[in-house]
Design a protein around this ligand. Structure first.
Ligand SMILES: [Zn+2]
Length: 275
């Protein structure tokens, strides 16, 4: 009786040891093969050969690999969650905010007489560097059967000055400044934007947003590097009323990010000021 119990205890111990060795073997095999990120056994020297002494459990190494991958995935998810919590715009594109695509002209940033090298497209002038993008954007809209009209591109300081004085005579300077930018502060002076309307519907007011042209442009502008520059509800940030006709070039990467996160150019550039 006593011997039988001893035998049972010994057998149980042996089985437990076998299970332990098998498990360790799976991990160690994986550690040796897995390189960086593979699970390792702290403080246990790997002597090799353990694997030969036990029959491998079916799916042992595969299971260990699976576990290693899930540990890796969990760590990546955790790092991403922490980054997201620390900075909601953690995944912003790596751009140089000082680059020409990000020139900022608004009531608080006067660009004075800044003039880029200009090129003409469909009767409007633009910064020569965006002609290709402008062409691709309007052509893509035309391919959809939309009647694109490039209504206003680059304006010089003097032209902006004329428009502002004309509006100021009608509404007074303060109101005029919310409709037409003061000279030096108009985005049209950058040569990077365009007022785009429907050839058969040239009104520049919010009713433009009902047109198929606007809806298509809002949806696709980022694919060509453009953003809707003066969105609704962001008037205090941009200093300009909602303008569903005014599109601005910032490059494809920034445009995709700005449109996806409903940002203005001001808010986007602020993300880089903090760095
Ligand atoms: Zn405009």
């Amino acid at each position: 009786m006593r011997n039988m119990r001893k035998l049972a205890v010994a057998a149980a111990a042996l089985m437990a040891a076998a299970v332990l060795v098998t498990t360790l073997s799976a991990f160690v095999t994986e550690s040796a093969a897995g390189g960086e990120g593979a699970p390792r056994i702290c403080g246990l020297p790997f002597t090799g050969g353990i694997r030969e002494k036990v029959s491998p459990v079916p799916g042992g190494p595969a299971r260990a690999k699976e576990m290693a991958e899930s540990v890796k995935a969990a760590a990546a998810a955790e790092a991403e969650r922490a980054a997201r919590e620390a900075d909601p715009f953690w995944d912003r594109p790596q751009i140089d905010p000082e680059s020409w695509e990000f020139i900022l002209a608004n009531p608080w940033h006067d660009i004075g007489g800044y003039t880029p090298e200009l090129e003409t497209l469909e009767g409007q002038r633009f910064d020569a560097r965006i002609i290709g993008a402008m062409q691709a954007f309007s052509q893509a809209a035309r391919d959809e059967g939309l009647s694109v009209f490039l209504s206003s591109g680059y304006r010089s300081y003097d032209e902006q000055s004329y428009l502002f004085r004309r509006k100021a005579a009608e509404y007074g300077e303060e109101t005029a400044a919310t409709i037409v930018a003061r000279p030096g502060t108009s985005e049209h002076q950058t040569g990077l934007c365009c007022d785009i309307t429907d050839r058969y519907y040239e009104r520049k007011d919010r009713s433009l947003e009902e047109t198929n042209l606007y809806q298509w442009m809002y949806e696709h502008c980022h694919e060509y590097g453009f953003i809707l520059r003066f969105p609704e509800g962001k008037e205090d940030v941009t200093g300009i009323i909602y303008e569903p006709w005014h599109f601005r070039y910032v490059g494809e990467e920034a445009a995709a990010y700005i449109m996806e996160h409903d940002l203005t150019l001001e808010e986007f550039l602020d993300l880089y000021d903090k760095e």
